[in-house]
Design a protein around this ligand. Structure first.
Ligand code: UFG
Length: 326
């Protein structure tokens, strides 16, 4: 019995692989290594394969049969909002076709457990204090659309052939569970600030005139190790016969502003983080904070770490390198 982790050589996937290994679970990683790195997966078997390729379904079936795969945690996908606006068809190919290949292979071989990486991007710009899973999804870019379509495909497979699944809507993931597993890409606030500081430049704040307490956008920052633990809780939940929910926010329920994040980086690093305030970035909701009630009630999972731990671990991992990948 083993668990297949697609995208297991990536930032979040590698944390989940490590937690699975810590509980002596046999793991097979499938990753095309386009942004992932082989040295992140430890002694797990690594199969180099693009889940969206033309022959991916057959190749996945072979791996699943050979390794006795009973469940899949599916991370392998593209995740850059701006890029998705530029290349929508490619995002649908990568994220939707990739998932369809995984689900089709699972159906063929009879592997019936799936955890899917969804995103708070499915909500778009919700005008609420905290977003519950019942807020109607209204994605505002192709990236968010591909995640919502993925959730629909999974719900259809649950009805059609009894797939057991949970879709996890991640909020703002940061930090590192181990220094060598930090986020190597400079795509999100924390690494973008660290990158500027390393270059001897001032961190950027995209807009300080939002209707929020300090004028900067508020997000729900979740430690990557807490997020990884949520995947294991979700996997265990799929054993239960009675499963009232299959979509869960993964956040802390607490908001942190861009300015608070920047200030915390200054505190932890001892560096001068006086920011440069730039124009608002298109498509940024002023506030996006999870209701974390459902996942606490149904899966018994809550986040343990807050912004200080997130930033301290990100800083430690940043210094350990490598970075600027992806
Ligand atoms: N920001 C800055 N300066 C920077 C970088 C970011 O001010 O140098 C601001 C952004 O404008 C935003 C906040 O920091 O207000 C967070 O930005 P991120 O890019 O880190 O994260 P987003 O909330 O925009 O995006 C995240 C995920 C996406 C997902 C989205 C919605 O990275 O994949 O949440 O759920 F689509």
């Amino acid at each position: 019995m083993s668990i297949m982790v697609t995208g297991g050589a990536g930032y979040i996937g590698a944390h989940v692989v490590r937690l699975l290994q810590q509980r002596d679970q046999d793991v097979v990683v499938v990753d095309d290594l386009s942004t992932g790195r082989a040295d992140r997966v430890g002694d797990a078997t690594l199969v180099e394969l693009d889940v969206a390729a033309g022959d991916a379904q057959q190749r996945l079936e072979l791996v699943m049969e050979e390794r006795g795969v009973t469940g899949v945690i599916h991370f392998a996908a593209r995740k850059q909002v701006g890029e998705s606006v530029q290349r929508p068809a490619w995002y649908y190919q990568q994220n939707v076709t990739g998932l369809a290949n995984v689900v089709a292979a699972m159906e063929t071989v009879g592997a019936d457990r799936l955890i899917f990486s969804s995103s708070a991007a499915v909500y778009g710009m919700p005008d609420v204090e905290v977003v519950t899973e019942d807020v109607p999804p209204q994605p505002i870019n192709p990236y968010g659309e591909t995640k919502l379509v993925g959730e629909w495909l999974i719900a259809d497979a649950q009805r059609a052939w009894g797939l057991r699944a949970a879709s996890l809507r991640y909020f703002n993931v940061a930090g590192a569970g181990w220094p060598e597993l930090g986020d190597p890409a400079v795509l999100n606030l924390v690494p973008m600030v660290l990158d500027k500081l390393e270059l001897g430049e001032r961190p950027m704040i995209f807009g300080d005139d939002y209707p929020t307490p300090d004028g900067t956008c508020v997000r729900d920052y979740i430690h990557v190790l807490d997020l990884a633990a949520a995947h294991l809780a979700a996997l265990d939940y799929l054993d239960a016969e009675d499963r009232p929910e299959s979509v869960f926010n993964v956040g802390t329920g607490r908001g942190g502003s861009v300015r608070e994040v920047v200030d915390e980086i200054g505190r932890v690093s001892g560096l001068d983080v006086t920011p440069r305030v730039a124009e608002r970035r298109a498509g940024d909701p002023p506030r996006l904070v999870a209701s974390a009630d459902r996942i606490a009630d149904v899966l018994g999972w809550t986040a343990r770490q807050g912004l200080p731990e997130i930033i301290a671990s990100a800083w430690e991992a940043w210094q350990a390198g490598p970075r600027r990948i992806g």
